[in-house]
Write a protein that binds this ligand. Structure first.
Ligand code: FES
Ligand code: FES
Length: 203
């Protein structure tokens, strides 16, 4: 039997940051471990490994997902964006630039997940998705003002042990303004449904 295919292993192709990666994985391998241990994409961090901290956040088809709760085999056929793919060449995404300019980090361990989340938050907000603190959730009300409370709620799945939250909120606020004013968003993520902006834990 082909060692790549067995009752426990399958060959898969993952589309990550626009590049295809073929590998054979144990069916129990998480996307996080495939990224870090098999593909050397170590920008995505492992914190709790149980869906609690957000350090492992990536984008799947433009939506946030905690990669520690996503099986690699279930990610086949999806557009996966990791922190390594957020910038466009040498041009940082506005979220990355804002985190740098406003010191949105201390040790930096949570930062890749924070940035991936923030990229999606800005898209979700622009698409009119309400959050748990949105007052008027009627579709015709349009996007609510992206207040600090809105940002805190929408980013609440990303924990920061250094407590850099005040700067993170400011960085997301500024990045959203940059994107709104025409600053390019390098990641194609355009949610179109009026649905809750919750993190996707498993497929
Ligand atoms: S490592 Fe903490 S949510 Fe995935
Ligand atoms: S910057 Fe250290 S955990 Fe967030």
């Amino acid at each position: 039997m082909d060692p790549a295919t067995s009752s426990t292993h399958s060959p898969i192709t993952l589309n990550i940051n626009g590049e295809k990666h073929a590998l054979s994985v144990d069916h129990r391998t998480t996307l996080l471990d495939a990224l870090r241990e098999r593909l050397d994409l170590t920008g995505t961090k492992k914190g709790c490994d149980q869906g609690q901290c957000g350090a492992c956040t990536v984008l799947l088809d433009g939506r946030r997902a905690v990669s520690c709760l996503q099986l690699a085999v279930a990610a086949e056929g999806r557009e996966i964006t990791t922190i390594e793919g957020v910038a466009e060449g040498d041009r940082l995404h506005p979220v990355q630039q804002s985190f740098l300019d406003l010191d949105g980090f201390q040790c930096g361990y949570c930062t890749p997940g924070q940035i991936c989340s923030a990229v999606a938050v800005i898209e979700e907000h622009a698409a009119g998705w309400p959050s748990a603190v949105t007052d008027d959730v009627r579709p015709e009300a349009g996007p609510p003002p992206l207040t600090a409370d809105e940002i805190r709620e929408r980013m609440s799945g990303n924990l920061c042990r250094c407590g850099a939250y005040a700067s993170i909120v400011q960085a997301v606020e500024r990045a959203a303004a940059t994107v709104r004013s025409g600053g390019a968003s390098a990641v194609e993520s355009a949610p179109s449904e009026q649905s809750a902006p919750s993190k996707e834990a498993v497929a």
